[in-house]
Ligand binder design. Structure first.
Ligand code: HEM
Length: 404
């Protein structure tokens, strides 16, 4: 399989792009016409480009052209993902306050309650689609809770989230619909922020409202950040949860080991992120002539920086293709990026992964996948990677029985 297969969205390449990345790494940094970009795929080169935000701009991260003076000023854009310093550093220092380690820890009971509701609702249902019932709805419920969205509005919020994410990736065929969705969402978030009593709290909304009222963020920036959380946090976490459950279903030995030793679940989550990175890669724009991995890159070139290829680089990982629960460097993967734009929500995503796997293994003694591994459907994207459906048969532990 080749890069052309992956970019052409061949189902088998989307499902298991490992051999494509092996070939790209073997060629070193090179220009690939299939993506009109220099492809960077070794662990060291990927880390270097991500750290060097002075030379490599984030304005084209998701593949769209950089902003132009002709852009519609009313279009909402993510606050951080596509901005460069000094704007990026200032904004990031403000919104970082919403994701401190102690804040993320305080969200655990909320995440656990939501995970338990989703898993418990599957009792007596046969078969279940683990993507439809757990991986897809859970992250947006968590973000809704952290933004103080009332329970009755969560479905509406999820629909907006899907529309907005699709339109950022350029998939929305209908610009009028996109603009309407953005207007509705902005109006909704405006009202939510106006209603907030301004009291400090551990939730994300309180932090953003405080910055808004202190004049550190304009209202437009505050709304843009909530949009960014939906775009950056939902589909990625959905894919991470889906891939993790797929790994458990297809490796009952690992599921049994984790049931016996739940303390290993965080390591399983790191390996799941490394082997099945929900974002396979993003773009950068070279601001000046530079050399990466021995290859000259002229100013103005695009680079496709492949996190997943780096995470499968045998030079960085012993027994690279294997899921190992005892890797000393398990968390050194690049699934959350690296450097100034590294994922702001990584601790939340890890928390969601750990809590969902704990809850599932605590209640379910057997997960039998109903689709053969080489037929599981994946999202038609070479940037976002994850199964779109995962039908399975679950055997629940009888209620009241305590796990061994
Ligand atoms: C497993 C789930 C997730 C994965 C794999 C993931 C991956 C990433 C990656 C690779 C980047 C770096 C982009 C770059 O290099 O330009 C990033 C940035 C970001 N992520 Fe995540 N993410 C996840 C979950 C989340 C969650 C749950 C949130 C928030 C609720 C979030 C919010 C963000 C934001 C705001 C950025 C932009 C940071 C910046 O540009 O400074 N992500 N994410």
């Amino acid at each position: 399989m080749s890069l052309a297969d992956l970019v052409g969205l061949a189902p088998e390449a989307l499902r298991d792009p490992g051999s494509v990345y092996d070939e790209l790494r073997a060629k070193g940094v090179h220009f690939a016409p299939e993506v009109s970009a220099y492809v960077v795929s070794g662990h060291e080169d990927v880390s270097r480009v991500l750290r060097d935000a002075k030379r490599f701009s984030s304005t084209i991260t998701v593949g769209n052209p950089p902003p132009s003076p002709n852009d519609d000023p009313n279009r909402l854009r993510p606050l951080l993902l596509l901005s460069d310093d000094p704007v990026h550093a200032t904004r990031r220092s403000i919104v970082n306050r919403a994701f401190t380690p102690s804040q993320v820890r305080s969200w655990e009971p909320v995440v656990r309650r939501i995970a338990e509701q989703h898993v418990d609702a599957l009792r007596g249902i046969d078969p279940v689609d683990l993507v439809e019932r757990i991986a897809a709805p859970l992250p947006v419920r968590v973000i809704s809770a952290l933004l103080g969205v009332p329970a009755d509005d969560v479905d509406k919020f999820r629909a907006w989230s899907e529309e907005i994410t699709g339109s950022l990736g350029g998939h929305a065929a209908d610009p009028e619909k996109r603009d309407r969705v953005q207007r509705e969402f902005t109006g909704y978030m405006d009202a939510l922020m106006n209603r907030h009593d301004g009291r400090a709290g551990d939730d994300v909304l309180s932090t953003i409202v405080a910055a808004d009222r202190a004049g550190e963020l304009t209202r437009r920036e505050a709304v843009s950040f909530t949009i960014e959380l939906l775009i950056a946090g939902n589909i990625t976490t959905t894919h991470h949860l889906a891939s993790s459950m797929k790994l458990l279903a297809e490796n009952p030995g690992i599921a049994d080991r984790l049931r016996a030793e739940p303390a290993l679940i965080p390591r399983f989550i790191e390996e799941s992120l490394r082997l099945e990175s929900p974002i396979q890669g993003f773009y950068r724009l070279a601001l000046e002539d530079s050399v990466v991995g021995g290859t000259e890159i002229p100013a103005g070139s695009r680079l496709l920086v492949l996190y997943q290829a780096a995470n499968r680089d045998p030079a960085a990982w012993e027994q690279c293709p294997h899921l190992k629960l005892d890797r000393p460097n398990a968390a050194a993967h690049l699934a959350f990026g690296k450097g100034p734009h590294a994922c702001i929500g990584s601790s939340l995503a890890r928390l969601e992964g750990v809590v969902v796997v704990e809850t599932l293994l605590d209640r379910v003694t057997e997960i039998t996948p109903l689709t053969p591994p080489d037929e599981v459907p994946y999202l038609a994207s070479f940037i976002n990677h994850g199964p779109t459906s995962l039908p399975a048969r679950l055997v629940f532990r009888p209620t009241g029985e305590v796990p061994a």
